[in-house]
Design a binder for this molecule. Sequence first.
Ligand SMILES: *Cc1c(COP(=O)(O)O)cnc(C)c1O
Length: 227
Amino acid sequence: MSQYNHITENYREIRDTLPSDISIVVAAKNRSPAEVLAAVRAGADKIGENYVQEAESLKPILDAESDRKVEMHLIGHLQRNKVNKALGVCDTIQSIDSLKIARAVNKRLSSKAPPLPVLIQVNIAGEDSKYGIAQNELESLLLDIIELKNLQVKGLMTMEPFFAEPEKSRPYFVDMRKLFDKTSRMDIPGVDMEWLSMGMTNSYKVAVDEGANMVRIGTAIFGPREK
Ligand SMILES: *Cc1c(COP(=O)(O)O)cnc(C)c1O
């Protein structure tokens, strides 16, 4: 218990400093279930996983140990051969980055169940090293995705370029916010622009300044990654 006190304190401190309408997704990659549980016990209600396999091993532990519903969000790139497994454990997929993967997910969902909330991942700086669609492809992707009735688009996600100096990320967050607002104003039937997911440990304060209402934080909660 006590060896995880820092996690409890870090989570609570971040939660207290952010307005209550900003969601925190606890980025859990490479953390042990015990570490993630410490964050859940401190109040976390959304866990972000990069790897489907980690989500699969965490899910039963969360279900058994938490008396509240804790949402599992996939925040890492989804491969087509992992779609079935991802759907077994994820409540939201934040990393929809092509029509192909959207179709693969849609196909494996039942039309009798409520549609799966998804975010579209945008590669806002056009980096070769990052997943996500280009800004200028967003509109046509959305128009295609609304035909996929088992998915519900709930917003946008981005991973901004990394800078040691977080101020340098600001222009990318501004661009995302503009894209988010523009897309919201288009009022595409079936698209519900609720979440703008951006900002990580180093940058979340700047992201929130610029309009993020969902931040994804790992290191500031758990400490530096060892693995
Ligand atoms: C790791 C990760 C985060 C959190 O990064 P930290 O710097 O540890 O807060 C957020 N989003 C994604 C997609 C990640 O892979």
